[in-house]
Ligand binder design. Structure first.
Ligand code: CP
Length: 308
């Protein structure tokens, strides 16, 4: 039986750090906190979050900061590492050791895969991974699961199509792992050059799920309960010419969604570029901005559980 006490002081580096029961406990806590995502509650009065963003972010940083504000805590933040002693050559380890002196929890986004794991080895306070290169984005996965469960009631047995850049898209790596463990059926939809990494495929298969691998988005639209669309991660391509070959490869529009299975929902971790056209935004199936809002309640839940 999982309880709040099991989370106190823990790092969140990978979604694998949580058991299925622990994931459900976070989602249940987020459900309870949802009324405060707009109105606030002072349960973390006196606590300080530090948000260290070595890469751009809108949703993750602002929703963590919003969550802490709503819970009555305070924020220390940088989104431009050049404005800190990183510009003088300070290592990530030393930056983390220092910021841990001034805060109760650190949220870290970094371009290098493994950065959050490294930070957790040097930090005296919990590290929450807000995205490490093409690695993991576990708190995004929690809010994605929360959103799927809210709309589909359960995750087991549902068919989720992950679409787009599955090679570099860290949100799809964490989500594929969690969904397979929770018993969802998976479709991996990408151009051949952007397929899901072998390690993630191996993990998914280990959980008894054989994903359908295709480059055909129409197939996914007809079969999926959840269409999870992602951006082609331009910034992670070593060769701009390779990006040019796949840019704009998928475009979800109203006409395509007319072929959808009834009740299918369209999700996206955002930001989007051109992979979902604006004419989709007004459809009841388009829930990506609600998904972004759910990030507040889920991150409130994590902060409450981890800070105790
Ligand atoms: N979903 C997500 O990570 O968005 P940001 O890059 O804006 O934080």
């Amino acid at each position: 039986m999982v309880s709040d006490a099991d989370f106190k002081g823990r790092h969140v580096v990978s979604i694998k750090d949580f058991s299925n029961e622990e994931i459900m406990h976070v989602l249940d806590t987020a459900d309870k906190l949802m009324p405060f995502a707009r109105n606030g509650n002072k349960m973390l009065d006196g606590k300080i979050i530090a948000t260290l963003f070595y890469e751009p972010s809108t949703r993750t940083r602002f929703s963590f900061e919003c969550a802490m504000e709503r819970l009555g805590g305070s924020i220390l933040s940088f989104s431009e590492p050049k404005s800190t002693s990183v510009a003088k050559g300070e290592t990530l380890a030393d930056t983390i050791r220092t910021i841990a002196c001034y805060s109760d929890v650190i949220v870290l986004r970094h371009p290098q895969e493994g950065a959050a794991r490294l930070a957790s080895q040097f930090s005296s306070v919990p590290i929450l991974n807000a995205g490490d290169g093409a690695g993991q984005h576990p708190t995004q996965t929690l809010l994605d699961l929360f959103t799927i469960r809210k709309h589909k009631k359960e995750i087991k047995g549902k068919t989720v199509a992950l679409v787009g850049d599955l090679k570099y898209g860290r949100t799809t790596h964490s989500l594929a792992y969690a969904l397979s463990r929770l018993g969802a059926n998976l479709m991996f939809v990408s151009p051949p050059t952007l397929q899901m990494p072998k390690e993630v495929l191996g993990e998914v298969r280990k959980h008894g799920i054989e994903p359908k691998i295709t480059s055909n988005i129409e197939e996914a639209v007809k079969e999926a309960d959840v269409l999870y669309v992602t951006r082609i991660q331009k910034e992670r391509f070593p060769d701009p010419e390779e990006y040019a070959k796949v840019a704009g490869v998928y475009r979800v529009d109203k006409a395509l969604l007319e072929k959808a299975k009834p009740g299918m929902i369209v999700m996206h971790p955002l930001p989007r570029v051109d992979e979902i056209s604006a004419d989709v935004d007004s459809l009841p199936s388009a829930i990506y901005f609600e998904q972004a809002f759910n990030g507040v309640a889920v991150r409130m839940a994590l902060l409450k559980l981890i800070l105790g």
